[in-house]
Design a protein around this ligand. Structure first.
Ligand code: PEP
Ligand code: MG
Length: 429
């Protein structure tokens, strides 16, 4: 029993300079901190990040939600066993029963439950990933990285519509080789942009390269050419985060092409990106339809044998939404973001459900993230298979890659590599 003896909450800043909450959970003399990340392309079904809407930080402060939570809920958490993730989850939900934590916000429970896990690891003198693997009875493995190269959408002032064009080093044999390959692709993308007269000094929210281009297709061509320029064709593939919820306007999608705005039906939208699969080396597509556009999701289901179809906003790391997706066979992979679920326990529940259904799991950071690296321990300990933390640049991103490189250096767990994509039957690698 590792009874929680004290919890401290205070306001800090995330990688976009936005206020967020830090939690310290103490178990006797031992303690650990965790900070809640936050998204920009947030979905309607995820746990809320409640801001105070008062003068402080132009409405963005979280001090009031911290004060309310500290008064109403915090004392009830003292004495709970920090190893009992489920009990902590239950207690938190008892005080804020809606799925989205609408009373106090999900930012506080996620920070507390993560800090409780890290504090419990500290009491055991254990690495955080091993506490997760013990909890889930899983075998730790270093995940295949999915690394942002070119950013658009809500992460880059709408430079293009696509939110992320990512590099997946499918044929790398180690995490060291994987990171070098994606680094080379990012450098080659910058160089090609520069040669064609684009300012390549811009860096987006997740550290990716960005430029205001004519179309999504132009950006896809740049990254495809960059993979070739780096000598990595056939070794590095492309993943997309379309983040389609951001382009959806009630009953149609809006895209931008050469300065024009075009309206597309759900069918036209999915058909448009499906055609890219024959032109560019794309092996994975995230949020190819908006979160509640079930017709769009159904249309993608026919591609599940061929590529990875990931639900992010669609499932919002919520187990019941995921179960619906599994039943309808509309996708084959879930993005796991702990702060979408609101607690560590709920995020692990969704992850276990996905694995039980032979779905892929991609553990993901947020566009507003922090210097912490617990996400890597979560991915390694749960044997999630894949991880997505943004680009190689910006220290909130490199903090995660560096933890992965540390675990690799000390040979803590084997690198999973392309076996992480085994859930896709006819993947063309
Ligand atoms: C994403 O959409 O996968 C993402 C990481 O962005 P955000 O954190 O803005 O939701
Ligand atoms: Mg996404």
């Amino acid at each position: 029993m590792s009874a929680i003896s004290k919890i401290d909450l205070w306001q800090v800043l995330d990688s976009r300079g936005m206020p967020t909450v830090a939690a310290r959970v103490s178990i006797g003399e031992k303690s650990a901190n965790a900070i809640a990340p936050s998204g920009a392309s947030t979905g309607a079904h995820e746990a809320l990040f409640l801001r105070d809407n008062k003068e402080s930080y132009a409405g963005n402060s979280v001090r009031e939600s911290i004060a309310n939570f500290t008064e109403d809920v915090l004392p009830q958490l003292i004495g709970i066993d920090a190893n009992d993730f489920a009990e902590l989850d239950e207690k938190l939900r008892h005080h804020d029963p809606s799925q989205t934590f609408s009373k106090y916000g999900g930012h506080i429970p996620v920070a507390i439950t993560l800090a409780a896990w890290l504090a419990s690891a500290s009491t055991k003198n254990a690495e955080p990933f091993s506490v997760i693997s013990e909890h889930l009875h899983s075998t730790p493995a270093l995940p295949l990285p999915m690394v942002n190269i070119f950013s658009g959408g809500a992460h880059a002032g709408g430079a293009i519509d696509l939110q992320d064009i990512l590099a997946v080093p499918v044929h790398a044999n180690s995490i060291e080789e994987a990171m070098e390959w994606v680094w080379l692709v990012r450098e080659a993308t910058k160089s090609l942009l520069s040669k064609s007269g684009h300012d390549q000094s811009l860096v987006a929210d997740e550290g990716g390269v960005t430029a205001r281009l004519q179309s999504d297709e132009q950006a896809l061509q740049f990254v495809t050419d960059a993979i070739a320029k780096a000598g990595l064709s056939g070794k590095v593939a492309i993943a997309l985060d379309i983040a389609a919820t951001q382009s959806f306007h009630g009953d149609h999608y809006q895209i931008h092409q050469a300065g024009d705005v075009k309206n597309l039906s759900s069918e036209q939208f999915v058909t448009r990106w499906s055609k890219w699969l024959d032109i560019y080396p794309i092996i994975s597509v995230e949020d190819g339809a908006a979160e509640d556009d079930s017709d769009g999701w159904q249309q993608q289901s026919s591609l599940c044998d061929r590529i990875q179809i990931i639900g992010d906003d669609r499932y919002a790391t919520q187990n019941d939404r995921l179960q619906n997706g599994i039943a309808s066979k509309e996708a084959n992979t879930i993005l796991i973001k702990p702060n979408q679920a609101g607690t560590l326990h709920s995020a692990l529940t969704a992850l276990s459900t996905a694995k039980g259904a032979n779905w892929g799991t991609v553990v993901s950071a947020r566009s507003g993230d922090t210097e912490e690296s617990w996400l890597v321990d979560l991915a390694v300990g749960s044997n999630a298979g894949q991880i997505k933390v943004g680009s190689t640049h910006r220290s909130e991103r490199s903090a995660k890659w560096n933890r992965l490189l540390e675990l690799s250096h000390f040979a803590t767990a084997p690198y999973i590599g392309k076996a992480a994509l085994a859930h896709i039957k006819n993947l063309n690698l």
